[in-house]
Design a protein around this ligand. Structure first.
Ligand code: NDP
Length: 452
């Protein structure tokens, strides 16, 4: 019988090997480290996992695709970007995970996102494996025509690797409804197939699910509410600090208002806005979704209640609840110390890995309820899986049905993480609960399917 300490030593050796083989991929190593450091108890209880090299296999993608994406800008100049698709794990279903278009995208970033996605997708309880993709293409300031030409070139390579039973991409940073439309159009043109289930996040009129755009933000607020309820508190009446101003942030703000909370901030890479009256959702949507503008324009048009702080940290704003919804490592230990000093009760990750490891430690140490992204932001991919189900049945569900399912799934994920953490001796620790619960489901499937 091996102990937790023995297993933690074994995991340390595995991690050292992964570090050696994946140099210059800090985000990927951070994500792997964060999962492996919580798996000791489950490997001690289930030695069959350790004996079958499961952790080593789980940390190595099944397939990694890197490709050239040439396109022409509006001045006729040739541009060359790099495209990625990492098909990480398909033990539970077709690879599923978004595409990110951002200048910072490289193989390590895509691998970190794909790795997280395995556990997140497992936690939804649905039949989806883990994958992720994207490009170092920066859509900021690009015309619609440029974005379309880029998407068409990207899909001209990607199409041969994806399919409704193989790999089903969706959106992420820089990839919203507009990009999914161009990508789907090109897939349909090349393959001559109406294969709605090959991409999710489509428009509602052509195979998209209602509530998919809202699902990640709504789901994260539902997860935060569930964590507060567990502590005998209600989200209603609480102030909330939200980072980002994209898809996840906007729908987080919308749901916070709907549940009686008060969202007071939003941000982008230029700085943040704090609005004493609470964020005016209609104005924010007009600026971000219609005009594709920046948050400083919000402050300029909102009047006296709002101010824009260029280059500042949104986490300086005191609030009861914090919902990071922009990007990885946006909330560090200094920001965590400020939030704790200001009395934050719960932090729930809408973005993927927005909180640095030291900041996570600080929240756990201070007894703040902390919802890791792989659990808290799983609502988006869950509704993507519901979109696939609707596509397969050639039907479209009413919004109420999708939202009821989303609510049920988020409450189930919360309960699973909470119960698993308690079972493995870490009550109230959602990080441990999410990692182990996700791992157990994937590991059981891998074990049953043999050495592949
Ligand atoms: P969007 O592109 O719609 O919005 C991203 C927002 O984050 C923008 O406000 C952007 O500001 C800001 N941002 C991005 N990168 C940086 C950076 N390096 N520094 C500061 N700000 C930054 O993306 P989403 O809302 O879809 O995604 C946000 C997060 O949520 C990501 O971590 C994503 O992986 C995660 N997520 C998304 C899901 C979805 O369904 N869309 C599902 C699950 C997780 P700017 O315009 O200035 O760059």
């Amino acid at each position: 019988m091996t102990t937790r300490t023995d297993q933690q030593t074994v995991l340390g050796d595995i991690l050292a090997g992964i570090e050696r083989r994946n140099p210059a991929q800090p985000e990927f190593l951070q994500a792997v480290h964060e999962v492996l450091e919580t798996l000791g108890p489950v490997l001690a209880a289930r030695p069959e996992f350790a004996d079958s090299g499961l952790v080593e296999r789980l940390c190595e993608p099944e397939r990694q695709i890197v490709f050239r994406v040439p396109w022409q800008d509006d001045r006729g100049r040739v541009r060359v970007n790099r495209g990625f698709r990492v098909e990480f794990n398909s033990a539970l279903g077709p690879y599923k995970g978004g595409l990110r278009f951002h200048a910072s995208v490289d193989l390590g970033v895509v691998k970190f996102l794909g790795f997280e996605q395995i556990f997140k997708n497992a936690l939804t309880g649905l039949g989806i494996g883990g994958g992720k993709g994207g490009s170092d293409f920066d859509p900021h300031g690009r015309s619609d025509a440029e974005v379309m030409r880029f998407c068409q070139s990207f899909m001209t390579e990607l199409y041969r690797h994806i399919g409704e039973h193989t790999d089903v991409p969706a959106g992420d940073i820089g990839v919203g409804g507009r990009e999914i439309g161009y990508l789907f159009g090109q897939y349909r043109r090349i393959t001559n197939r109406w294969e709605a289930g090959v991409l999710t996040g489509k428009g509602a009129g052509w195979g998209g699910s209602l509530i998919r755009p809202e699902a990640t933000g709504y789901g994260n607020v539902l997860f935060a509410a569930a964590m507060l309820r567990e502590r005998g508190e209600d989200l209603e009446g609480q102030s909330a600090v939200v980072s980002g101003s994209g898809n996840v942030a906007i729908h987080t703000i919308e749901k916070l208002w709907a549940l009686g909370a008060n969202p007071v901030t939003c941000s982008d890479s230029s700085g943040y806005v704090v609005d004493e009256k609470g964020v005016d959702l209609e104005l924010l949507r007009q600026i971000k979704e219609v005009e594709r503008g920046r948050v400083d324009a919000y402050a300029a048009r909102r009047g006296a209640s709002a101010r824009f702080v260029p280059g500042g940290s949104v986490w300086d704003v005191p609030a009861d609840v914090a919902l990071p919804s922009a990007t990885q490592n946006e909330l560090d230990e200094n920001a965590a110390a400020t939030l704790i000093r200001n009395g934050v009760k719960a932090v729930s990750e809408g973005a993927n890995m927005p909180t640095t490891p030291a900041a996570v430690q600080a929240f756990r140490g201070a007894g703040v309820a902390f919802g890791p992204g792989k659990a808290a932001n799983a609502g988006g991919v869950a509704v993507s899986a519901l979109e696939m189900a609707q596509n397969h049945a050639r039907t479209a569900w009413p919004a109420r049905r999708v939202e009821d399912e989303l609510t049920r799934i988020m409450n189930d994920i919360h309960a699973t993480c909470h119960e698993t953490a308690a079972r493995y001796g870490a009550p109230g620790d959602y990080v441990t609960g999410a990692n182990i619960a996700g791992f157990e489901r994937v590991a059981d499937a891998m074990l049953a399917q043999g050495l592949i």
